[in-house]
Structure formats: C-alpha cells, structure tokens
Design a protein around this ligand. Structure first.
Ligand SMILES: [Zn+2]
Length: 366
C-alpha cells in the first residue's frame, strides 16, 4: 500500500509541474483559513469555533483548485481565470489595477471594446491552443474575491434569519444554511489566499517572460516551487505562523473592493523581490522564510478582516425576516407527506400526494 501511495504521489507531483498554477498547496490554503478563523468576533456563532466545522471550512478552501482537476473545458473556462490577475497585462486594455471595473462583465466589456478599437495594443491570443478559451483575458481574481465575499454575507444573513425565526420545522433549513456558510467561507479563503501568492498577480506566473535583463528564472516549475516546495522546506504550520498574526486589518464591510485591490497590490509589489531572492539563493534561507511567512500571514490577515466584516454586516433586519418568511413558505400542504419516502416507486398507501399529484403508480415509461 505505501508503494501505491508513493507511486500516486510521484504522479501527482509530475502533474503539478506540468499543469496550470494551483497556488498554495492544500496545506497552505488550510493554514491561511485556520489563522483567519481565529479572528472571528466574539459574538460569532460558537460552532464556528468548533474543530469539526473549522476543519470543514479549511478543507473547503481547496475546492476551487479541485475543480481544476476535472478535465472539463466548461469548468476550466469558468473557473481558471478567477485564480489570478496579470496586472502587467492590464495596460494593453487601457486599464490598471486602480481602474479595473468592479463588476465582472463591465470589466470584460471594457477589455473587449479596447481590444476591438486598438487590436494592435493587445498581445496576440492563440485560441487554437486554448480549447477552454480560459486565457484570453488577464484574469478575474478581484472579482472572484468580491463575489465570494458577498456570498459569505448572504449565507450568513440566511443563517441568522433562520436563527431569528427559530421554528423547529425549519431545522433542516438551518442546518443547510450552516453548510452554506461553511462552503462560502472556504471558497472566499481560496481566492484571498491565491491573491497573497505574488505569482498570481503577474504575467510572470510560471517563470519570467519577455525581456529579462536581470536574469530571473524562466523555469516553468517556479510557480509550484513557491506553492509547495518552499512551504514544505521552511515547515510552515499553523503553530509557527500564529504568533505573527495581529488581526488588526480592517475592510469596508459594505463593499471591500478597494481593500481587495490593496491586498492584491501588496502581493504584486513582491513579484520582483521574489525573483531576486530565487536568483540569489536567499529564498531557501532565513530571509526567504520570512518572505513567504509574510505572504501567508498577509493572506490570513485579509481573510480575517473579510470574515469579521461579513459577520458584522450580515445581521437581518425585520424586513429581511419578513421577506424570508413571505417567500419561503413551509405550509405542510405544499410538502411531501412522508418524511422518509421510498427511494423509488409509489408513495405508501394512504399517503397524501405532493402538490396534488395522483398517488398512483406512474405508468411505465415508453
Ligand atoms: Zn487557486
């Protein structure tokens, strides 16, 4: 069995080097999540401090990378560009980090128009080499963060609304709301963590491209070296990083777009220093350890601030509660009669039929 696992790990390592960037390894994303969760305000639900749920959120922080493991052009097209923003490509579209439109399709429209008006400004894109049409644009990382943040807020609002309604027959809704909070907190963590990895903010994401007077590495494997090998070399753990956390960062709860850009900008400012450290060999030494540690902690600090802001801005108003009740009617006559129907076949004899359907065995399919 160990031999099989070793073989599989070897294959996985080879695949990592040949595939697109995944950003921090699963361990890195989990660690950022655990660190951020420690910053939840004292009035946040107690279950968010329980090991079982913390583990679930931390694990969920890897889901967006697992999507990349499925060979599907549909998912690759939708998901891959959310993991990065090549800031140095934005000027080709007349944009900069500061002027990226905050709404995803407004941003896309601005780039499409710029490309149409000034095609000579934009580097040629070879669609024939990109079956999923995933790499035509410079990436959507800030939009992914902004959208996931609002999904965390929405799931918290639903959870808190159901807590306020406090009806026993809505127990399944409350449980589902809790799972949605876990899901979205994990998803947000992934993209905030990706943004803290400098190579996710530049076209030099898999080694330096183009003019290279400073002699930086052009190695395609540089990305996964930072994601995984260097994290393992310096043995970063939750325990080793936790003392570096301050939980002092704040964001604008109603709309942390500017804070998100600041987060990405800080990371982007570390691109060239990262290449210099690789070239000089200092990445493997104490200076490199401090450098990567700062990046992981910065990711966790921003995530902690976003979690805190999402909690503080998701309390339901009376109108929210009334609106939820109006559109989420649980009248018993609208529900299936049996709590445990057979997986297939007709309802039990004498059972009322759901929504007026005849309680008879359906005719066999033709
Ligand atoms: Zn990613």
């Amino acid at each position: 069995m160990p031999r099989l696992i070793n073989t599989l790990l070897g294959l996985a390592a080879a695949a990592t080097f040949s595939s697109a960037a995944l950003a921090w390894s699963a361990h890195g994303h989990r660690t950022i999540t655990y660190l951020a969760l420690d910053g939840l305000p004292s009035d946040a639900p107690a279950w968010l401090r329980e090991k079982h749920f913390r583990d679930m959120i931390a694990e969920q922080s890897n889901e967006a990378d697992r999507w990349r493991g499925l060979r599907s052009d549909t998912l690759k097209h939708e998901n891959d560009p959310d993991h990065y923003l090549d800031i140095d490509v934005l000027p080709q579209f007349g944009l900069s980090l500061d002027t990226v439109p905050p709404l995803r399709r407004e941003y896309l429209r601005a780039m499409a128009i710029a490309k149409h008006v000034h095609p000579e400004m934009v580097e040629p894109y070879d669609a024939a080499k990109d079956g999923a049409r995933a790499s035509e644009w410079p990436g959507f990382l800030p939009h992914a963060i902004a959208e996931q943040y609002d999904k965390v807020r929405s799931s918290l609002l639903t959870y808190r609304t159901l807590e306020a309604i406090n009806e026993p027959e809505r127990a399944h809704q409350l449980e589902l709301a809790r799972l949605n909070v876990i899901h979205h907190m994990g998803m947000l963590s992934h993209f905030v963590g990706d943004a803290a990895q400098p190579l996710h903010t530049t076209k030099h994401h898999h080694g330096w491209v183009g003019e290279n007077p400073a002699g930086y590495t052009k190695d395609y494997g540089f990305h996964s070296y930072i994601d995984t090998a260097i994290v393992e070399l310096h043995e970063f753990t939750y325990a080793s990083l936790r003392p570096g956390m301050t939980y002092s960062r704040t964001v604008t709860p109603a709309n942390p777009w500017t804070d998100t850009l600041d987060h990405i900008r800080r990371s982007n400012q570390k691109v060239e220093p990262l290449y210099i450290m690789e070239r000089d060999g200092t990445l493997k030494r104490d200076a490199g350890k401090a450098f990567i540690s700062e990046r992981l902690i910065d990711g966790a600090e921003t995530l902690a601030a976003l979690y805190k802001a999402a909690w503080e801005s998701s309390g339901p108003t009376e109108q929210d509660i009334l609106s939820f009740l109006k559109f989420n009617n649980l009248r018993s006559e609208l529900l299936p009669a049996s709590a445990h129907p057979a997986p297939s076949g007709p309802p039990p004899a004498g059972a009322a039929s759901p929504i007026g359907a005849p309680a008879t065995t359906p005719a066999p399919a033709k």
